[in-house]
Design a protein around this ligand. Structure first.
Ligand SMILES: [Zn+2]
Length: 447
């Protein structure tokens, strides 16, 4: 029987060690973090390798093989080792100090997602130590480059080494990954998210050209004016609501069925209902983005000098699409909205992903969460950002966001992702580690 307090302590130690390796992407440099994971696994007698997609861009792979003659397809414990940059002056503590204060670990990666790297490491050690027979391989894959799109991580390895994610029994039956499993509290009730779907991505470029000239002699053929107008039109256009099955069930479970029902017919009433039910503005925005395709203009580059009318300019728009949206048709529509003064084209397109919400492993997640927190309600959901799940989908591997954490109602969890003062309570990991272990060990246990 596992002694969970000791296992949690080890897990926190690994989390702290990983936070102290600043694998900021860009530029990446994940190899030391990958080597750390490999060393921990090897020390426990597990074969582990560090593979680099480019110099310094290391990912760590390890495998606990099935112990039966006729195994089932593997389970992947998926994670990423890179973190986004920090604005040091805006932090209350050293973002790479991994300081432990009042039961909270502070640092970049504490929730995105070195916490789960450490939890998956701990699960590998527990599984290997338990000696229980396994009906599947369990694959540990801590990858580089998730935060910059995965060219040196998931996309690379899926394309170049699909064998890393399969066994003789076939491609993995499932992967467990980030952005899900954490609790949210609404109107005094605690819910556990289980991510089964992710929106699609259409990163879009808007280009404008014009006639350069001296700023002292203004004219209207100016790309700064054209871009500003086009980007404003796109942002103002908004998109109508469309409620997918996963989102409908999620909203119903949260007691927000009225919001989902009103969203398409009476958007104003829907936003009033949402505002009334959800205090946290970030959570509210995340719920609203689950109801529609979204358009967020995030960069505008035009002009070099205050006295020169520029000849060219461009803006980048982050477009996120629901499952079921025709991405090409939407792009054409955005082109029409932006108008004839600009050109609109997609620079990167990724389809949405959806995994079965009624799969065996989701049932195990519900059971494990309910056993650990009988007052909580587990709910499958769709997330609005993208993860390496999109790369796994290329191999047909369903990926679930499940990093279980029990959080107090006042933790602004979603704001911590890529935010200042990123941190995670030790108690949340103490709750989540046995839950994650139960799901993995049950899914992989031989009868
Ligand atoms: Zn992440």
């Amino acid at each position: 029987m596992t002694h969970w307090p000791a296992a949690t302590e080890d897990c926190i130690r690994h989390l702290q060690a990983l936070i102290r390796i600043p694998s900021i992407n860009p530029p990446g440099g994940e190899t030391p973090a990958a080597e750390y994971c490999a060393a921990v696994l090897r020390e426990a007698g597990i074969d582990a390798e560090v593979l680099e997609a480019a110099p310094g861009r290391g990912s760590c792979f390890a495998r606990l093989p099935a112990t039966v003659d006729d195994p089932l397809p593997p389970l992947v414990l998926l994670s990423h080792l890179d973190v986004v940059p920090v604005d040091r002056d805006s932090w209350s503590r050293d973002p790479f100090g991994a300081e432990l204060h009042d039961g909270v670990v502070w640092g970049r990666g504490a929730v995105d997602m070195k916490d789960m790297v450490a939890m998956e490491l701990a699960v590998m050690l527990e599984l290997s130590g338990s000696g229980a027979p396994r009906r599947r391989d369990v694959i540990f894959a801590a990858l580089a480059d998730e935060e910059a799109g995965g060219e040196f991580g998931a996309l690379h390895w899926v394309a170049q080494r699909p064998d890393l994610f399969r066994s003789d029994a076939g491609p993995a039956a499932a992967a467990l990954n980030e952005v899900g499993g954490y609790s949210i509290t609404l109107r005094g009730r605690r819910f556990y998210t289980i991510e089964v779907a992710e929106k699609g991505i259409v990163w879009t470029r808007v280009r404008a050209s014009g006639t350069p000239g001296h700023g002292s002699m203004p004219h209207r053929d100016n790309p700064a004016l054209k871009l500003a107008a086009a980007v404003t039109r796109l942002a103002d256009a908004g998109r109508p609501a469309r409620v997918t099955d996963v989102v409908r069930n999620f909203f119903d479970g949260l007691g927000l069925g009225d919001v989902a029902a009103l969203a398409a017919t009476d958007p104003a009433a829907a936003s009033v209902a949402l505002e009334r039910a959800v205090d946290d503005p970030v959570l509210r925005r995340s719920f609203d983005a689950m109801l529609r395709d979204t358009i967020s203009p995030n960069t505008i580059h035009v002009g070099q000098k205050v006295n020169v009318i520029p000849g060219l300019g461009e803006a980048e728009i982050d477009v996120r699409t629901l499952p079921g949206t025709d991405q090409q048709a939407l792009l054409a529509e955005l082109g029409a909205i932006a108008g004839d003064d600009v050109e609109v084209e997609a620079v990167m397109t990724m389809p949405p992903v959806e995994a079965a919400a009624n799969a065996e492993i989701v049932g195990l997640m519900r059971e494990a969460l309910l056993r650990a927190d009988p007052d909580g309600t587990p709910l499958p959901m769709m997330i609005t950002p993208g993860t390496d799940a999109k790369a796994m989908a290329r191999l047909g591997i369903p990926t679930y966001g499940f990093a279980p954490l029990r959080l107090d109602a006042d933790v602004p969890f979603l704001s911590l992702f890529h935010g200042n003062d990123e941190r995670v309570p030790v108690s949340a990991i103490a709750f989540g580690l046995p839950v994650l272990f139960e799901v993995v060990s049950t899914f992989c246990r031989a009868a």
